[in-house]
Design a protein. Structure first.
Length: 212
């Protein structure tokens, strides 16, 4: 493929810009540190197999599995947010991602589409000094397929000039539903997930973006 031909790049965040899939996994496990080991493993497996799904859907489910009263939901969400922001900011960058974003070598339009809550992702991007790299930023509660559709419509984009950089099934499905190309960032947690799906374009990092 030739990355140059795509004028519009849709970026996921966790696992694509920041290597933070493990970081968020640790935050979920830390949140439920005192529960049964088997339930904890169930939570871990679910999170890793459903990357890109909002915590507002995950945490109520995990509370149910851990037999914790749902009246505690707000408290658990607050604890998770405070913990995860610090962890994500300190996490490693996906190699080459920051450089690609900041240099924008092909003068493309960058759009961020993530399951991270809107205010939280804006705060994180500002702390990382990449907020201004994006033309627009969409976090939860807006789901990814709708966010991509909204961006394409409002900016009058040509679908053949759009590609989604993602690492989760939610990213892949958002590209499919909107009829745009998909570039998979591969890592240890999504290898099995995408094993039976034919993906044309795959990368491990963005160091040699000229070859993408």
């Amino acid at each position: 493929m030739s990355l140059k031909k795509y004028r519009n790049i849709f970026w996921d965040f966790d696992g694509v810009i920041k290597d933070s899939v493990d970081i968020k996994n640790e935050a979920f496990l830390n949140l439920f540190h005192g529960i049964d080991v088997n339930v904890k493993k169930k939570i871990e497996d679910h999170h890793l197999n459903n990357s890109g799904i909002s915590r507002y859907k995950k945490i109520p489910l995990y509370l149910e599995w851990a037999q914790i009263d749902k009246s505690e939901l707000t408290n658990y969400l607050d604890i998770f947010e405070k913990d995860v922001i610090t962890r994500v900011i300190k996490s490693n960058w996906v190699m080459g991602a920051r450089e690609y974003l900041c240099s924008n070598p092909y003068q493309q339009n960058f759009f961020l589409v993530t399951a991270t809550p809107q205010k939280e992702i804006e705060f994180i991007l500002k702390k990382l000094n990449i907020f201004n790299a994006f033309t627009s930023i969409f976090g939860s509660p807006l789901e990814k397929p709708l966010a991509v559709k909204k961006i394409i419509f409002e900016n009058k984009l040509l679908k053949r000039e759009c590609i989604f950089f993602g690492d989760a099934l939610t990213d892949y499905n958002a590209s499919l539903e909107n009829g745009i190309s998909f570039l998979l960032r591969m890592h240890k947690h999504n290898k099995e997930i995408f094993k039976k799906i034919s993906i044309d374009y795959k990368v491990k990092n963005f160091i040699n973006y000229e070859q993408i």
